[in-house]
Structure formats: structure tokens, C-alpha cells
Write a new protein. Structure first.
Length: 145
């Protein structure tokens, strides 16, 4: 259920043997992330449970059950910006019901991130995934009301 963009990341990770190279790649992905306006970096968009400052601002395209999820994200840590870019590749463009059912842990395991991130970073990734899922579930709940 991964998107081609996420599959491309997984293929790049397979090609890069050294974890330092993989970290550099993740950081570069963070540099390429669409900038988030500072006006959106407010408490309602802040992700709790991350060691770094992290913001996720949802962008819903379309209406009802066919609405597609997207988001802007940012962090004060470059590696976390890269992790946001990885999550963007995994979630952006999906219907809300797909977002809530994605097995993020399995997809991220393809990258080996679960083995190479510090426990604080792993907790932060889980917090970001939980936030993304909650945003999509909230939209589904409103669409079904």
C-alpha cells in the first residue's frame, strides 16, 4: 500500500549501504521539504511527544470520503525534517480511510529506521504518525456525521 514516492525512498536506502549516507539522505530530504510558514507554527499544530519542536498542518483536498490527505510539516532539527519528509511520502495523497489504516511501522521497518533511530527519535516518529492518523480520523468522523 506504499506510494511510488515511498518505494523510491526504500530503493535508495537499499542502495546506500552505510547508515551515515542514509542519514545524510534523510537530512537532504528534509532540506527539500516544502517550507512551512511560521504563522502555522502554533500550539494547535505542534506534535507532542517529540524531543524536537515539530509542527504538522493538515491540508485536505476534496470533500467527504474521497477527500485526500496532505500536510505541511516542519521541525527545528534537520534529521526530524527529513523524517517528516519520509512520512509525507508515505501519507500524502491518500484518502482519509487509507491514512488511518497504513501500517507505518511496517513501511518504516523497510527503511531500517526502527533499528537506527534513538529511542527519543523513534518516540517522536510514533507521535507524528499518531498525529497524522488522528487528523485523518477526525476528518472521517466529521464526514460520517
Amino acid at each position: 500500500m506504499a506510494d511510488p514516492e515511498f518505494d523510491e525512498i526504500a530503493e535508495t536506502f537499499e542502495f546506500l549501504d552505510d547508515w551515515e549516507d542514509r542519514y545524510r539522505h534523510v537530512i537532504e530530504m528534509g532540506r527539500d521539504l516544502t517550507p512551512m510558514d511560521d504563522a502555522l507554527k502554533v500550539p494547535v499544530n505542534k506534535v507532542e511527544g517529540c524531543a524536537s519542536q515539530v509542527w504538522i498542518f493538515p491540508q485536505v483536498r476534496g470533500e467527504g470520503r474521497d477527500a485526500r490527505f496532505d500536510f505541511l510539516g516542519d521541525s527545528d532539527a534537520m534529521i526530524v525534517r527529513g523524517l517528516i519528509a519520509v512520512l509525507h511520502a508515505l501519507y500524502a495523497g491518500r484518502r482519509m480511510d487509507e491514512v488511518v489504516s497504513v501500517d507505518a511501522a511496517a513501511h518504516l521497518a523497510r527503511l531500517g529506521l526502527d533499528e537506527h533511530l534513538s529511542s527519543q527519535r523513534s518516540n517522536g516518529v510514533r507521535a507524528m504518525v499518531a498525529r497524522i492518523r488522528a487528523l485523518a480520523q477526525g476528518h472521517l468522523d466529521r464526514a460520517n456525521a
